[in-house]
Design a protein around this ligand. Sequence first.
Ligand code: AR6
Length: 178
Amino acid sequence: MDFQIDGIRLELIQGDIAAQKDIKAVVNAANAELKTGGGVAGAIHRAAGPELEKACRPLAPIKPGEAVITKAFKLPNQYVIHTLGPVCGKDQPEAALLEKSYQNSLKLAEEYGIKSIAFPAISTGAFGYPIKEAAEISLLAVNKLTSDLESVKKIRFVLYSSSDLEVYQNQAQKIFQK
Ligand code: AR6
């Protein structure tokens, strides 16, 4: 499902964040140490190869809501933007921190002149954020920023399951089709 907002194309798809060939920067749902892990971080580091962890070392640790950027090595992209989402029920205020993760990732994309960026559903796996709330926060974060974006022309959300995609589609229809 696609939307057009302030000249930005917003795409919602089901897929693997490590297989987004036509996208300049993919976002990693990272851990504070920027090491490989499970879920998104595992998929991204496996596909990028060990050089990615080496490149991350001098940038770690990061705090919830922060984002840093590296090259993408063997991934089919140019950059990886690593952000640490909040652990639900632990890092407070969690909604604001999750919003920050999206804002800071988009800010970095702008700084690097990146035209297309793909996000996973940050914090909704190991970090336990409910998908419906997380979908709303992430889509509203994008909605707030679209008018300020100059480089970024395409924002893709890559959802792992069909049920997560459905939740995102429902939230996006509420937010963007008023
Ligand atoms: N592509 C797209 N989405 C995926 C993929 C994939 N390959 N794999 C999982 N998801 P998570 P978090 C979905 O746990 O909650 C890591 O171990 C998944 O279904 O990757 O921010 C790190 O090392 C879920 O909806 O990220 C951290 O310690 C979403 O991506 C911690 O987990 C996020 O799941 C970060 O936890």
